[in-house]
Design a protein around this ligand. Sequence first.
Ligand code: ZN
Length: 175
Amino acid sequence: MGDPQVPIDVDEKTGIWTTDGLPMIYLPRHFFINNQNVVEDAIGRAAYARQLYASGHKSAHSWCAHEAKVHGLTGMAVFHHYLKRLSQRGWAQFDGGSIDPETGCGEVRVKNSCFVLGNAENRPGKLCYLFTGCFPGALAWVAGESTDGPHTLTCEETRCANEGGGECVFEVRVG
Ligand SMILES: [Zn+2]
């Protein structure tokens, strides 16, 4: 076992956690997954996936804008820094090495997704739809597109470790 690889600051007065100046919440995985599952049950997986795509896209875009300033990063380095930080925060282990820096298209391969590892209810199918908006959102920032769109890229989880195969694959393409 190792120590966290992200810098974490805790405000002694307020108890607020921050990393690179961004407020963070540290929470049990089962609580997060339970939240996912109740919303999925209430409105359906497809509808919830559409909502999360939009929020993931927006959040990744603003995260990249913030982190680029903090670390003085530009272009695809920001996208790869984003995947590194997601990995260091325990969501999963992300590899975006096959994404074409010119077009933003390609695959993001994901191992040890929290949604697969935390699937205590043995739900079937592809579970990691929360991530689908995140990659095109970060790549939209790299391409200089605004958060409000129109956006060049879209993304789909084409394979999920929940269905076997040991890893999840997200395909980013023009859509
Ligand atoms: Zn998956």
